[in-house]
Design a protein around this ligand. Structure first.
Ligand code: G4P
Length: 283
């Protein structure tokens, strides 16, 4: 699911999106609830001006509920409709249909005044790679599985999925590119698993995560690994390596193994529901 971005890809993706946006009333923007700032690309605001906007904070099952509520208030204040979801959970999709209708009510009202009745609202899903676009489209539309590639420009013929008499969804999502220029964005995208692990220094990544957890979620490491939480992230990683018996031949501690373990457990939600960015922190 990983994708290398080059300027050519971005231009292509942008052009594609401009074309698709002409066809729709509502942009359903998926972001990752654990990093609502870093998983967004503000270019969509420019691309989608004059369209109804809905931000879905996906993977909310892995995020801190309290911070998700704060983000929800933040986005509402900025004029977006918003909801938090677990895209794998089809049961929650009925509620999202209502939010979609709500987000389009101005458009529907305008149509009604012009005498246009029963014209379904047309929507498209956009988001950076790996944020859950395909999962959402499948759950929302009740389809078995359509795996859409993350390559911009590789689109099959456009199709509309008719959800009900009120809503139609474009079957291919728009792919947004992350904001790589910002180092912190890169770090957070890496932590949630959006950037290839092979190109990252896992030890460094784990140390940054531990540092963040010690500061923002005190007690979480202690509870998971049954170690004392020192102040030094490298020291904590050493303790984890020892406790979980991460060793290279014989007795030497294997930091990379311990780092991978911590990162995997974080990504899998085993360290608890954790959000890396909060609106209060000015993000
Ligand atoms: P994309 O189209 O935006 O690139 O994302 P995609 O739907 O392929 O989802 C990326 C990964 O995120 C998938 O996991 C998917 O199952 C997972 N996912 C999507 N939505 C949610 C959610 O709300 N909560 C959680 N916890 N996970 C979610 P994968 O391991 O890459 O694939 P798979 O093994 O699940 O098929």
């Amino acid at each position: 699911m990983q994708f290398q971005w080059y300027p050519g890809h971005m231009t292509k993706a942008k052009r594609q999106m401009q074309e698709d946006i002409k066809l729709i009333d509502l942009i359903i923007e998926l972001i990752d609830a654990r990093i609502p700032y870093s998983s967004r690309n503000p270019d969509i605001d420019e691309l989608g001006k004059n369209k109804a906007r809905l931000i879905l904070m996906n993977k909310a099952d892995l995020a801190d509920e309290k911070t998700t509520k704060e983000w929800s208030a933040f986005f509402k204040e900025k004029g977006y409709y918003t909801a938090s979801i677990d895209a794998r959970n089809r049961g929650g999709m009925k509620a999202i249909q209502n939010v979609v209708l709500e987000a389009c009510k101005e458009k529907t009202e305008r149509d009604r005044k012009r005498g246009i009745k029963n014209r379904p609202v047309r929507a498209m899903v956009v988001g950076i790679p790996n944020v859950g676009k395909s999962t959402f489209i499948n759950s929302f539309s009740g389809k078995a599985c359509t795996k859409t590639g993350n390559k911009p420009g590789v689109t099959k013929g456009k199709q509309w999925i008719r959800l009900n008499k009120n809503v139609e969804l474009l079957d291919t999502p728009g792919i947004l590119w992350p904001k790589f220029e910002d180092q912190k964005v890169g770090l957070y995208l890496a932590l949630i698993g959006s950037i290839k692990d092979e190109i990252l220094n896992i030890d460094e990544l784990a140390t940054e995560l531990i540092k963040f957890l010690l500061e923002n979620y005190p007690g979480c490491i202690k509870e998971r690994y049954h170690i004392l939480e020192g102040e030094n992230a490298v020291g904590v990683l050493t303790e984890i390596a020892d406790k979980r018996n991460c060793r290279i031949r014989g007795n030497e501690l294997d930091y990379t193994k311990a780092a991978n373990l911590v990162i995997d457990e974080f990504r899998g939600g085993k360290l608890g529901r954790i959000t890396l960015e909060s609106p209060a922190a000015g993000q």
